[in-house]
Design a protein around this ligand. Structure first.
Ligand SMILES: Cc1ncc(COP(=O)(O)O)c(C=O)c1O
Length: 382
């Protein structure tokens, strides 16, 4: 089982005392471990970190230094990557529907690789970046993913040849195929099935004169939390086998987001209110649904809460600090009884959390500190 970053109780208490709460603690070592885990088990595959999962600059810089490529979804992400010195040939603009600002940013920064899944997009890319390389995103079915992306994106396989031909006619470099099996996918089957579908399309395309040289297998690799109990190494071995059997000569890319950053961040939050309403225990925290816990809504994620207290468990409702009644993260969550000022540690808090946090009601986003930079504190905590 893979390691994941989890603060001890003394470290949690020292950090809260020194920096206040809510606080996000990022382990760059864990980020690099996760990157290494993927590159070692998918040798030769170009890992493009999906910046949307967590765009924190120190995290992105660590990955850039480790040799990562990047998946950008927007002009903002491309411009940030360029400002950090990431070379444009290490970036794919992997949003099947691009904005005018996004295409202008690609042109300005020199990004020349794109995904698409519809006819309308072809002319837009060809006009903005003549001769650009495009990967056709294929729709794949996977009802088991936590977040199903294939209702919104992906061309039906039967449309693939027509779309590739249109891209070629417009002077684009139809470089290959891509897919995304859905986020937090816990079995290899969706990948191996999608690889099979792509092989059929690539064979049909070959007889039409295409030499599709790139296969991008997307993201979706799961955050391996203890609750999930998923063997990611076994999953990757199966995917690797399918790639070797069906695309032995292709250049293979992937676009992991959550797998790289999910286990690398801990949130420290504090109980700021306690109430009994209709015989239900309510706890109010200084971080809520409009902040780091936005992942409950947008990522359908159920966060584990570490209270450092054993013994009796009660079912409680946990709410955020805003004045909005929607700001409730968990209902009937089992917890040790808590009192105001108690600290709660939330591990595995790095993906689709701070990335979608807002400052609604005037609450600042949680500050981020890098664990490896706090050497004195680390020494005291072991
Ligand atoms: C095109 C694309 N690539 C990669 C990702 C990253 O997915 P994950 O975080 O599941 O690895 C996403 C997530 O939405 C995506 O839309």
């Amino acid at each position: 089982m893979q390691s994941f970053f989890k603060l001890t109780r003394p470290a949690t208490e020292s950090l809260a005392a020194e920096y206040g709460t809510p606080l996000l603690v990022l382990s760059l070592e864990q980020v690099k471990d996760n990157y290494r885990f993927l590159t070692e088990r998918l040798p030769g595959v170009k890992v493009h970190y999906a910046v949307k999962a967590n765009p924190e600059r120190r995290l992105v810089a660590a990955l850039a230094a480790a040799g990562s490529y990047f998946d950008a979804a927007s002009d903002g992400e491309m411009l940030d990557l360029a400002a950090m010195g990431v070379a444009p040939d290490r970036i794919i603009y992997a949003n099947p529907i691009k904005t005018a600002g996004g295409l202008a940013a690609a042109s300005r920064t020199g990004v020349r690789k794109f995904t698409f899944d519809s006819e309308n997009e072809i002319g837009r890319i060809a006009r903005a970046i003549p001769g650009g390389t495009v990967l056709l995103r294929i729709r794949v079915d996977n009802t088991q993913a936590l977040v199903d992306l294939n209702k919104k994106f992906g061309a039906p396989p039967e449309d693939a040849l027509r779309l590739l031909r249109l891209a070629r006619e417009q002077g684009l470099d139809a470089g290959g195929l891509c897919f995304h099996v859905g986020s937090q996918s816990t079995s290899a089957k969706a990948y191996t099935e999608a690889i099979k579908v792509c092989r059929r399309i690539a064979d049909a395309a070959a007889s039409d004169g295409f030499a599709l040289r790139i296969l991008d297998i997307g993201g979706g690799f799961p955050i391996p939390t203890p609750q999930e109990n998923v063997d990611v190494a076994a999953m990757l071995a199966e995917i690797r086998g399918a790639l070797a059997a069906r695309f032995p000569a292709a250049e293979v890319w992937c676009e992991p987001g959550r797998f790289i950053c999910g286990t690398a961040v801990n949130l420290i939050t504090r109980v700021i209110g306690s109430q009994t309403r209709n015989n239900q225990q309510w706890y109010f925290l200084d971080e809520g649904l409009y902040g780091t816990f936005s992942g409950v809504v947008f990522d359908h994620w159920d966060f584990a809460l570490e209270t450092f207290k054993g013994g009796r468990q009660i079912a409680a409702t946990f709410a955020g600090p805003s004045c909005d009644s929607f700001d409730v993260m968990f209902r009937d969550k089992l917890t040790a009884p808590l009192v105001v000022d108690d600290l709660i540690l939330v591990p595995n808090c790095g993906a689709y959390t701070s990335a979608s946090a807002t400052t609604f009601n005037g609450f600042a986003k949680a500050a981020v500190v890098v664990w490896e930079e706090l050497t004195a504190l680390r020494a005291a905590a072991v």
